[in-house]
Design a protein around this ligand. Structure first.
Ligand code: GGG
Length: 356
């Protein structure tokens, strides 16, 4: 029987409230399946940890995580206590980079039981491949001088190998899907060096996949298409920042950022991959017990898929949709249920589906 070691980092804010339900979902999925098991180990790395220790995780945190097969993360950030760029670069982005999780997969699809804010949503099912290790998220740059003379430089870094592997990953994914269509998010009319380069790489890799429909669309127009015709899209490949922004929009058209999942993948599996909801720590609702656990539980489904247990992963996603269709939803979706009621209802549905 396969046993998977999972590092659990609830992190900050509502991460602490939703992670327990994601862990319970993974545990239950393993019990129902019977052919694999998990061992979970929790780490308190967070802004609270920073206040005590002056860093977001111990100096050997990355080495500790290397002993695990996956990382299950909640949320990072408590801006009243630690500036966001310090907390993110000290934990979330550090892990993505050190573990070479250069792909961030973010599904955007119409969910049963959730009202999209779009007037006429038409069964959209998009998979965004966000480049996750370079691009606009770069520590290179600096500030000098002060007052009116102040100068700030922020460099974006695009390597050929880093761009090619993200684009190729998107084509490979599209090859397994029905529509077989890749859209590349660009802005080569305005960003004079990196985006023409991005387009060039996209066209070059695209030639290896003549059977796949392919197009480059400027990020401004593509953002509009997420609203006006999301059902026409299939796989979207985007740079780090474009992918981040586009998937918040994607979460919005799904109905709430509270339901959006993500997977930070190291495709070579040399290092652990990390699974986390798209949402952050939401300090405004932390402690009220009303955080939506769906993004975290859907991220658990992505863990199951990653280890090759797509069947039980699909049961979990079906259970999430059953629950939302039954009207058991948190206030962000217009409901009155709390975190625990939604989380427990999904677990109950999974038990029922597992017994069918
Ligand atoms: N769920 C992890 C989290 O807290 N994400 C919030 C965030 O701001 N992430 C930035 C990013 O994904 O680049």
């Amino acid at each position: 029987m396969n046993k998977y070691e999972i590092a659990v980092i609830p992190g900050d804010g509502i991460g602490k409230e939703v992670v327990p339900f994601g862990v319970k979902a993974l545990q239950l999925a393993a019990d129902i399946h019977g052919g694999f098991s998990f061992r979970f180990e929790e780490f308190p790395w967070s802004c609270e940890y920073y206040v005590k220790h002056g860093r977001m995780m111990p100096e050997n945190g990355i080495d500790i995580l290397k002993n695990f097969e996956a990382i299950f993360l909640g949320a990072v950030g408590l801006p009243q206590t630690v500036p966001d760029h310090v907390s993110l670069w000290g934990l979330l982005i550090a892990i993505r980079r050190e573990m070479k999780q250069y792909i961030n997969l973010r599904p955007v699809r119409q969910m049963r039981g959730v009202r999209s804010p779009l007037a006429a949503p038409n069964d959209f099912d998009i998979l965004v491949v966000r480049e996750n290790a370079e691009g606009e998220y770069s520590p290179i740059g600096g500030r000098m001088a002060a007052g009116n003379d102040e100068i700030v430089v922020q460099n974006a870094v695009f390597t050929r190998s880093g761009t090619e592997r993200a684009v190729r990953y998107a084509f490979e994914l599209a090859n397994k899907r029905e529509k077989k269509f890749v859209t590349s998010a660009t802005k080569s009319n305005g960003i004079i060096h990196s985006m023409p380069f991005w387009d060039e790489v996209f066209q070059g890799v695209g030639q290896e996949y003549p059977e796949i429909k392919q197009t480059s669309t400027h990020i401004d127009a593509l953002s509009a298409f997420f609203v006006t015709k999301p059902h026409t899209l299939d796989v979207v490949v985007a740079s780090n920042l474009f992918g981040d922004i586009l998937t918040d929009l994607g979460a919005a058209i799904m109905g709430s950022i509270g339901i959006a999942p993500s997977a930070n993948i190291n495709p070579e599996r040399k290092f652990p991959s990390m699974f986390e909801p798209v949402h952050g720590s939401a300090p405004d609702i932390f402690g009220k017990g009303i955080a939506n656990p769906v993004g975290q539980i859907w991220s658990a489904k992505m863990v199951l898929d990653f280890f090759g247990y797509e069947d039980i992963g699909q049961l979990l996603l079906d259970s999430i949709e059953d629950t939302m269709e039954a009207g058991i939803i948190t206030p962000d979706l217009g409901g009155t249920a709390n975190t625990a009621q939604v989380g427990e209802a999904i677990l109950q549905k999974l038990k029922e589906r597992g017994n069918e």
